[in-house]
Ligand binder design. Structure first.
Ligand code: T46
Length: 138
């Protein structure tokens, strides 16, 4: 499942503030936060799926493009605002590209880092995505 999120902006005369809270505007408990910045021009990252991890991606500065693939079709999302997020859950292949020089991509994750949760082989991903889709259809 992939869903675009829009966060409320708490602004006053001093500027803007956005609050992300596990179990409230973020549907899961947040166990890890990491951010990707200083990305060199032309670099593409990701190229993997997760078995169980839930994540919300937010471009807190600058801009980047996220490609998501559920094993059947691919969709591109541009993240270019701190008040917009992309929720990704389930077996979804993701690629990140077109990072602006000032891009800071912050990711909220439901679990601690675990390499065993990654699927880094595209064929293995497609097989698992199709198997999960078939079992959900029954
Ligand atoms: C994802 C996309 C959006 C850690 O040690 N701890 C961490 O929490 C993370 C995220 C990474 N690492 C290590 C593992 C690698 O040696 O940092 C290195 C770079 O990680 P990776 O190549 O997986 O980074 P990306 O940008 O391809 O993918 C990351 C996340 O790993 C992934 O979960 O969904 O961002």
């Amino acid at each position: 499942m992939v869903e675009r999120l829009t966060f409320d902006v708490l602004g006053d005369e001093r500027g803007k503030l956005i609050s992300l809270e596990g179990g409230k505007n973020i549907s899961f408990d947040i166990n890890r936060v990491y951010y990707i910045y200083g990305t060199k021009r032309g670099v593409e990252r990701g190229f993997h799926a997760h078995k169980n991890l839930k994540q919300v991606l937010v471009a807190v500065s600058g801009k980047c493009t996220i490609v998501v693939d559920d094993g059947f079709s691919r969709t591109e999302f541009v993240l270019d605002s701190p008040n917009s997020g992309l929720y990704i859950e389930g077996v979804v292949w993701r690629e990140m590209k077109k990072f602006s020089d000032d891009s800071v991509l912050m990711v909220l994750a439901s679990d601690l880092y675990d390499e065993a949760d990654y699927i880094r082989d595209y064929e293995e991903f497609v097989n698992l995505a199709k198997a999960r889709n078939n079992s959900e259809a029954k």
